[in-house]
Design a protein around this ligand. Structure first.
Ligand SMILES: NC(=O)c1ccc[n+]([C@@H]2O[C@H](COP(=O)([O-])OP(=O)(O)OC[C@H]3O[C@@H](n4cnc5c(N)ncnc54)[C@H](OP(=O)(O)O)[C@@H]3O)[C@@H](O)[C@H]2O)c1
Length: 294
């Protein structure tokens, strides 16, 4: 059945992948964003261009079967005014990192409890991000009549990653540079952008998810070293691993437990499939770029 779906965001990364999936299944999609990021959807979508703060005015009198929110970071941005059948809020594993004493891997039930004091200096922004997402989630939890699902995800890799994390290493390999990693024997658990889009599509299709909160992440927990070895294997270039900051592992990167969403019936494709897919995209982009300068 074709649904009307409002996507708050929808043009940069996971949102763009989700919109492509929704259109493929025949949904009528309305994008709400500022119009700064180009999208490839032509006349297949309706576009509402305004800042997030203008959402209530831009959607007044409208009803949507579903909405997916990639752009709320503070509780005052949660659109409780929306007339919508199902609202999915894209949250973050960071909600556990600002919690004092959350377990690792963090489960949904580790959420409640006191927060760490707000740090000063470089960590301030990271803490604000986690606390802001918690504020959004707390507001939704305190309005059970608003039909929401909260989805917590860790670091995301995949095509068009605005943080260029996998790309960083692929390019280092191609330049013949060593790969930088701090604490390479620490285990990591990320999530694939295409799997996030698929997960949201499945949550939207299942009314049992309303009122619930889920973590989603890949099943595998390689060490950072093992992950870098997989990247070297897939690029076909070997390089030494040396001490340095890594975009794939740092203190403000959550490590979450996806057991609840597995029990609900939603899986995650294996890392052996998703990582080559992400690397393939980076290499494909490079091929286009090389063709353009030839
Ligand atoms: N990347 C990660 O590793 C990661 C991890 C955990 C959680 N998350 C969450 O993922 C979400 C972002 O995902 P995404 O980048 O894949 O989403 P996306 O929907 O693909 O892209 C972000 C969208 O937001 C729009 N936007 C930004 N600021 C806006 C504003 N002030 N008013 C209206 N629209 C605005 C952008 O378009 P315009 O610029 O044209 O307005 C763009 O369409 C965030 O909620 C973040 O917390 C990300």
């Amino acid at each position: 059945m074709s649904r009307s779906v409002l996507v708050l965001g929808g043009t940069r990364y996971m949102g763009r992948l989700l919109v492509a999936r929704l259109l493929a299944r025949g949904d009528r999609v309305t994008l709400f964003n500022r119009g700064r990021t180009e999208d490839p959807f032509g006349n297949h979508v309706e576009r509402l261009h305004a800042d997030r703060s203008e959402l209530a005015r831009a959607t007044a009198g409208r009803r949507f079967d579903a909405a997916v929110d990639f752009t709320a970071y503070r509780p005052e941005e949660i659109p409780l005014h929306l007339d919508v059948g199902h609202y999915v809020f894209v949250s973050s594993g960071q909600v556990y990192l600002v919690r004092d004493g959350a377990g690792v891997p963090s489960r949904e039930q580790d959420y409640d409890g006191p927060l760490l004091p707000r740090p000063s200096g470089a960590d301030e922004g990271q803490w604000d991000y986690g606390a802001g997402k918690r504020g959004c989630e707390d507001l939704l939890a305190s309005h059970p009549s608003f039909p929401s699902t909260r989805l917590r995800i860790p670091m995301v890799y995949g095509p068009r990653d605005p943080d260029r994390r996998i790309e960083h290493y692929v390019h280092a390999l191609l330049r013949g540079e060593p790969l930088r990693a701090h604490a390479p024997d620490r285990r990591v658990r990320h999530v694939d952008a295409m799997e996030v889009a698929r997960t949201i599509e499945l949550l939207l299709a299942d009314p049992r998810s309303i009122g619930q909160v889920f973590n989603q992440a890949q099943d595998e927990t390689p060490t950072l070293r093992e992950l870098l070895q997989m990247i070297m294997r897939d690029v076909g270039i070997t390089a030494p691993i040396v001490e340095g900051d890594s975009p794939l592992s740092h203190r403000w990167m959550s490590f979450i437990d996806p057991s609840r969403i597995r029990a609900f019936g939603i899986d995650h494709a294996p890392l052996e499939r998703t990582l080559p897919r992400a690397i393939g995209w980076v290499l494909g982009e490079l091929t286009q770029w090389s063709a353009a300068i030839r």
